[in-house]
Design a protein. Structure first.
Length: 327
């Protein structure tokens, strides 16, 4: 079969290589899946760079979530068992990590539902306890992770303020349902949030960016607000001034979704059931900006690494290069 593999750490476009490899063999408690669609995530870029919290042995195949087909024809979503990730024609996955794909979503949408939406759901509901009527500020609102938070925030009855970089991403954020959009390239985030909330600030901040985005969040978070630390796409990990959190009375709340697989796997199932119901109602629907053939996977991972994309890029192994097109 064909599989993209990383033979040395570095930038995805430089270190990913499309190889012919043996089809993986499932072990005890595992399933072999034919990959129908593989969603590209920022962690795939970090894996290539050797900067992710998990460092699989070289060579490895990136790709942390897929929609696949079991041997008996069931359509499922799964997190493949590294080092054999999802950017391949077949993967193995732990049976415990396999969930039914929602009927309301196509293969590409189903592949993009799992990690980003589970992260958003656990962050907003379990960690931040977002309430209807509160104001949610979402950084990188047009990206894969941010777009999920926007939809989930609206589903929870929040007023959603999206932050995006540039007019095209701002347009996408509006189409996703943001009540207000701030273009960080032309507007001051702190001033805009205070103006939009009448000086109250954001009750919950969803921050997958870190760096300057986090710093600005601390200046416009509300009394008893919650700043959700989701990731550091900017490449800069903030060093928060805890005296500032004390004097402004806000919380800094971390979210590592993968730990729920270890600590509370039943919660993963409950969350998936709720996401499936929301998808059936049309309330959540992953934004797929491009469906790509296998040959374009390395360049797609690089584009996600560079932060130049909106929504999700999804690789469809069965898609011929001539058929690759924007969604």
């Amino acid at each position: 079969m064909q599989a993209w593999r990383v033979h040395r750490n570095g930038e995805p476009s430089e270190v990913m290589r499309l190889d012919e490899v043996d089809r993986p063999v499932p072990g005890d408690g595992q399933l072999l899946l034919k990959v129908l669609a593989a969603d590209i995530n920022f962690p795939d870029a970090l894996l290539c760079r050797g900067q992710y919290q998990v460092r699989p042995p070289l060579p490895f195949t990136p790709g942390v979530e897929v929609c696949g087909e079991t041997g008996d024809g069931r359509r499922v979503i799964a997190t493949p068992a590294l080092p054999n990730g999802g950017l391949a024609e077949y993967v193995v996955a732990d049976e415990s990590a396999v969930l039914p794909a929602p009927d309301a979503l196509d293969d590409a949408e189903a592949a993009a539902l799992h990690i980003g939406y589970q992260t958003g759901w656990f962050a907003l509901h379990r960690r931040a306890r977002l309430q209807s009527g509160e104001t949610l500020l979402v950084h990188a609102a047009a990206g894969g992770v941010g777009s999920a938070a926007v939809q989930l925030g609206k589903a929870a009855g929040a007023t959603v303020i999206g932050v995006a970089g540039g007019p095209e991403k701002a347009r996408v954020a509006r189409e996703l349902g943001c009540d207000h959009v701030i273009d960080r390239r032309t507007e001051d985030i702190v001033t805009a949030v205070k103006d939009l909330t009448g000086g109250h600030g954001a009750d919950v901040v969803y921050d997958p960016v870190g760096g300057d985005a986090y710093t600005k969040s601390t200046k416009c978070v509300a009394f008893e607000g919650r700043i959700l630390v989701i990731g550091f796409a900017s490449g800069t990990i903030p060093a928060p001034a805890l005296n500032h959190a004390l004097v402004k009375n806000y919380s800094i709340v971390g979210l590592h979704w993968g730990l729920y697989n270890q600590k509370d796997p039943a919660a993963i199932l409950r969350c998936h059931q709720e996401l499936t119901e929301l998808a059936a109602k049309g309330v959540v629907k992953p934004l797929i900006s491009e469906r790509l053939p296998m040959a374009d996977a390395a360049s797609a991972v690089q584009r996600v690494a560079d932060g130049s994309t909106t929504g999700r890029l999804v690789v469809i192994p069965a898609l011929s290069p001539a058929a690759g097109a924007s969604a």
